[in-house]
Design a protein around this ligand. Structure first.
Ligand code: MN
Length: 228
């Protein structure tokens, strides 16, 4: 047997401090999971259950990469996020057992073509063009939970050319990581290799060509990318 077109290599994320790789299966993202960000996007954070959208596995970009400014947008936004790396399969996982399914954590950027997302919202269309494009998921190396535990507080920040634009704390998540896993695994069977981006704090904004983006989540790590 052979492939009839070239087979794209498995998308991976490094494991910090090792030569090991985490094979990326799917990327789930939680929308509006910090109250201040929900408000800045014009929503009431108190009355909305968590919702999810996806990015393709091969949208992951390694830490310290230079990525091209994306196609078809004039308003590329940064969203710094804690990323959960799932280590084993499960469906309908209760929150109380959810952390057993976590391999580790990373720092990601949910890059967003905000103009295309805006059109999609206005016309009640899917968000894929705004969220699921090439290179849309820069992700730091993963830190295993066996080393760092399960951080549920700690500063979340992002800077553009050294100016801090986003700041929040993991303890401000509307839906906690165990609750996210419970909801997500009720919609899809989670698999080893899945990544979950847990939402972004307030302060999202535009990235210009040539900008240096740095960010981090206290207790997990840091990420940097340059765009354009
Ligand atoms: Mn996001």
């Amino acid at each position: 047997m052979s492939f009839v077109v070239p087979a794209i290599p498995q998308a991976t994320v490094k494991v910090e401090g090792t030569t090991d790789l985490f094979p990326v299966h799917r990327i789930y993202c939680v929308g509006r999971n910090y109250a201040e960000h929900a408000r800045e996007m014009g929503h009431d954070p108190d009355r909305e259950p968590p919702f999810f959208f996806c990015k393709p596995a091969d949208a992951v970009v390694a830490n310290d990469s230079q990525i091209p400014y994306p196609l078809a947008t004039d308003n590329l936004h940064h969203e710094i996020e804690q990323v959960v790396a799932i280590g084993k399969a499960g469906v309908n996982i209760p929150a109380a057992q959810a952390l057993d399914y976590v391999y580790g954590y990373a720092v990601g950027i949910d890059l967003t073509r905000r103009d295309l997302q805006g059109v999609a919202k206005k016309m009640a269309r899917p968000w894929d063009s705004g969220k699921a494009f090439d290179n849309a998921a820069p992700c730091s190396a993963i830190r295993p939970a066996s080393e760092i535990g399960h951080p549920d507080s700690g500063r979340v920040w992002l800077a553009v050319n050294g100016d801090v634009r986003q700041e929040g704390d993991l303890n401000q998540l509307i839906w906690s990581v165990p609750e996210i896993i419970e909801y997500c695994s009720g919609l899809w069977e989670l698999q080893p290799g899945d990544l979950i981006m847990t939402g972004t704090p307030a302060g999202v904004g535009a990235i210009e060509r040539g900008d240096r983006i740095t960010g981090g989540v206290e207790g997990i790590g840091e990420i940097k990318v340059q765009v354009g």
